[in-house]
Design a protein around this ligand. Structure first.
Ligand SMILES: [Zn+2]
Length: 449
């Protein structure tokens, strides 16, 4: 690709992502409503994002776009009129999608609507009730124990009415119409790692890619979890044929090691690119097999689509105590971890951008490299031996059936070194690009690779 993606001021990028997380943190988001719109509008200040509105009641495969939920205020007041649970202090205090209510209740009756975490008594849980009409409040268990018997005044000043589901879409055209899909979810209220870290990384990634010319076109989706991905797929069924690679980005700001979850295919190019990058990073990492539980890769990898979409995260959801609690706050995410996740993401895309297939123009015995100034003559390389080995590997395996990533894997050389060798050999007319093994297969079968 023309310009390298990966070199980036990581300290600056980490700080910018953290500041974006902090900016979006107070907004009360849900799967629909003004919080999602406000979030997308702030992202729009940085990248060319289009806001899409899909009406309530629209059928999307087996699902229906729900009513739109908006909340203004919510509280529980004690007999003195004091707010003992207050939405204004944290939007986590209200169960998302709570129906409007105004009532006076004794504590015993109120308890049925209160959610706490007895095992983590200082944290407020995050709860939703999207598809069952109900109302409820969340609070620290320690706070619940302090509530005296008596009458309480309950108010949820919210609306649940026909409206729209809102999502954001940013398309960055590349040299080809073949696409890389990047998806993050935008439906959680004041929680930082899940899902603001994914939003921040996707935004800076789009900003970075928008300033470069790329081989692939890139499509970024900022969608409410599950229903948003289903809605997009339902309304863009014809467009998915263009998707060559995809990544769901979520939970990328915590201190844990990086985790890549493979696509359903398990051996898609992005799965192999991620393994190559993480395996050579020198950092601890985990590669997980696909499972039909997690984030929106479930929808992209459903059998009717089976798209090559993996998932990049740090500590997997549900396996850290702060997950879906008030503990997932601004102290739980770190600029340096956000930056590290972004750098790895860019390195994976760098492999995808540069992964091509060539045919050696001198396949009968080795070409004479010395005559062309290519033997012991590659300047600026830290390890000339490695660069020469890369040229020999590229010349040997460039038979139209091996991609540069195949060659990097087989030679155990870094992709960037193999790519540089191919570029040099190409400049000396020793290589010609070919359609490649997967593309040739797709053309023969008339289907996608
Ligand atoms: Zn979540």
């Amino acid at each position: 690709m023309p310009a390298e993606l990966a070199p980036i001021d990581l300290d600056k990028a980490g700080q910018e992502m953290y500041e974006l997380v902090a900016d979006l943190y107070p907004i009360c988001r849900s799967i629909t409503g003004h919080g999602v719109r406000e979030t997308l509008r702030r992202i729009q200040k940085r990248i060319p994002l289009l806001l899409r509105e899909v009406p309530t009641g629209t059928r999307v495969f087996d699902w229906t776009v729900p009513k739109e939920w908006n909340i203004r205020d919510a509280y529980v007041k004690d007999w003195r009129g004091e707010r003992v649970i207050d939405f204004q202090k944290s939007n986590l205090h209200v169960v998302s999608y709570s129906v409007p209510v105004r009532a006076r209740l004794p504590l015993d009756e109120l308890r049925g609507h209160l959610f706490t975490l007895p095992e983590q008594p200082d944290l407020v849980p995050y709860r939703t009730s999207y598809y069952r009409e109900a109302w409820g409040f969340c609070l620290a268990h320690r706070r619940l124990l302090e509530l005296a018997d008596g009458q309480y005044e309950v108010c949820v000043d919210a609306s649940l009415e026909p409206g729209h589901l809102t999502y954001g879409e940013c398309h960055l055209p590349g040299e080809t119409s073949e696409e890389v899909l990047i998806s993050c979810h935008v439906c959680h209220p004041s929680l930082c790692n899940d899902n603001l870290s994914g939003i921040a990384l996707s935004t800076l990634l789009a900003e970075r890619l928008a300033s470069r010319s790329c081989r692939y076109s890139y499509r970024f989706l900022f969608v409410p979890g599950t229903i948003g991905a289903i809605t997009w797929l339902s309304q863009n069924e014809g467009a998915v044929e263009r998707i060559r690679h995809g990544l769901v980005v979520t939970g990328v700001g915590d201190a844990g090691r990086i985790t890549y979850k493979k696509s359903r295919r398990g051996d898609a190019e992005i799965d192999r690119a991620a393994r190559h990058v993480l395996g050579r990073s020198g950092d601890d990492f985990e590669i997980r097999e696909f499972s039909p539980y997690g984030y929106d890769e479930r929808q992209f990898c459903s059998p009717g689509f089976d798209l090559p979409v993996g998932c990049l995260m740090r500590t997997p959801h549900g396996s850290y105590p702060q997950y879906h609690t008030s503990g997932d706050d601004l102290r739980f995410v770190h600029p340096s971890r956000l930056a590290d996740s972004l750098a790895k993401c860019l390195q994976i895309f760098e492999v995808l951008e540069g992964n091509r297939t060539y045919v050696s123009q001198n396949p009968k015995c080795e070409p004479q490299l010395g005559r062309r100034g290519l033997y012991r003559a590659v300047g600026g390389q830290a390890d000339p031996g490695q660069a020469e080995m890369a040229m020999l590997w590229v010349l040997n395996l460039s038979d139209g059936r091996h991609t540069l990533l195949d060659i990097a894997e087989r030679s155990a050389l870094p992709f960037s070194v193999v790519k540089r060798a191919a570029d040099i050999l190409g400049e000396h007319a020793l290589l010609r690009e070919s359609a490649g093994p997967s593309r040739a297969l797709a053309e023969r079968t008339g289907g996608r690779s």
